[in-house]
Design a protein around this ligand. Structure first.
Ligand SMILES: *Cc1c(COP(=O)(O)O)cnc(C)c1O
Length: 398
């Protein structure tokens, strides 16, 4: 047996994927499974974007491109930042990667040295701590409170900083909680980060998915100083239902973007040429499909939040954005099914899939075991039926 890299210590298969695999296997057996696990919109990629991809193939855009993306796409991204965020970037401050995830991976590879700490508010997207560790750094998890709307308080942020702290990750709106920071809260976070010379890593992938008029602010847009200390991460996956196309991007200081581009040049080279042309259309073409998607998501969010709160033992705060709810299920812990107690979120998720055919994601891998994550990127019909079945299953716990 070949001994594997020491860097992989602690890297395990994700629980999320294990439950998804189980749900898929049960469906294949013909069982009626309702999935709340999806990490992607359930809408199709809009027609104009698909056409742009097809046209790119016909036009012969099928060769290597510049590593960091074609100028047409960089210019579309620059235009987006100008128009939507009042942020002015130049082409050498933009990197296009094979998905937003790839940009984030490149970033941690580019900035971290052994001993460097990265502050990650929990609940967090499962990939952040792993990517920090793979970059040779140390994740420093800061737990947030449900009563604070899952947002990191300035006090908790300050308390986590030490001389080894290199960066802080802000994901607003958040996966898995849907929580988003107000501009006022971001001002405070930026102030503390700047005082301490930290890099702000702002994952804005859910930027366009916010509800009830909540205005998502890019922390980079707060001041010229904030911009200089921030790398903004975004992409087309969530906004335009383009998860399979694999286009994400980063914007930030030239030296960091250059280092990230070099890493990309020695690993994947450019993101798919065809997808890049489709992304040009997504970002600079008509934006009307987003409004329709948001209108649909808000209805589903309201339905799922109300339904979950009506179940004895479950409470769920109403998130500002993204397409997830993160209900508190800790009151169910200790209740038993056929004599065996539900000890945590993984037990509960396992119970729901086995006994009720409901796939949810346990909170444990997101850094908080008292919760489960449900995605409402599924039909209203599924939401109504699924929540009813969760309620019935919970009643069986004594
Ligand atoms: C989905 C997601 C991403 C990136 O997705 P890509 O498909 O790689 O662009 C980044 N951050 C968070 C929090 C996400 O949920």
């Amino acid at each position: 047996m070949i001994k594997l890299s020491d860097r992989l210590a602690g890297l395990e298969e994700s629980v999320t994927l294990a439950i998804t695999a189980k749900a898929r296997a049960m469906k294949a057996e013909g069982r009626d499974v309702i999935g709340f696990g999806a990490g992607e919109p359930d809408f199709d990629t809009p027609e104009n974007i698909k056409e742009a991809g097809i046209k790119a193939i016909r036009d012969g855009h099928t060769k290597y491109t510049a590593v960091g993306g074609i100028n047409e796409l960089k210019d579309a991204i620059i235009g987006k930042f100008n128009k939507e965020n009042s942020l002015a970037y130049t082409r050498d401050e933009i990197l296009v990667s094979c998905g937003g995830k790839h940009s984030i991976f490149n970033l941690f590879q580019a900035i971290l040295n052994p001993g460097d700490e990265v502050i990650i508010p929990a609940p967090y997207w499962v990939s952040y701590p792993v990517m920090v560790a793979l970059g040779g750094g140390t994740p420093k998890v800061v737990h947030t409170k449900e009563s604070d709307g899952f947002r990191m308080s300035p006090e908790a942020f300050r308390a986590a900083i030490n001389p080894r702290t290199k960066a802080v990750v802000i994901n607003s709106p958040s996966n898995p909680t849907g929580a988003a920071y107000t501009e006022k809260e971001l001002v405070k976070i930026a102030e503390i980060a700047l005082e301490n010379g930290l890099l702000i890593i702002s994952d804005e992938i859910y930027e366009r998915l916010s509800y009830d008029g909540f205005k998502v602010t890019s922390i980079a847009s707060l001041s010229e100083e904030a911009k200089k200390s921030t790398v903004v991460l975004n992409g087309v996956s969530k906004t335009y239902s383009m998860t399979g196309w694999r286009i994400g991007y980063a914007a930030g200081p030239k030296n960091i973007i250059k280092a990230m581009t070099n890493i990309q040049s020695q690993s994947t080279s450019n993101p798919t040429s065809i997808s890049q042309w489709a992304a040009v259309e997504a970002i600079s073409g008509p934006q009307t499909e987003i409004d329709k998607m948001v209108a649909e998501f808000v209805k589903r969010r309201d339905s799922i939040v109300a339904g979950l709160n009506a179940i004895d033992g479950i409470s769920c705060i109403k998130p500002q954005g993204a397409f997830y709810v993160f209900p508190n299920v800790s009151k169910l812990f200790g209740r038993k099914y056929k004599g065996s107690p539900i000890k945590g979120s993984v037990d509960l998720a396992t119970y729901l899939i086995d006994e009720a055919g409901i796939a949810v994601v346990p909170g444990e891998p997101f850094g908080d075991d008292n919760f489960i994550r449900l995605s409402y990127a599924t039909s209203m019909d599924h939401i109504v039926k699924g929540v009813k079945r969760i309620g019935e299953a919970v009643k069986e716990l004594k």
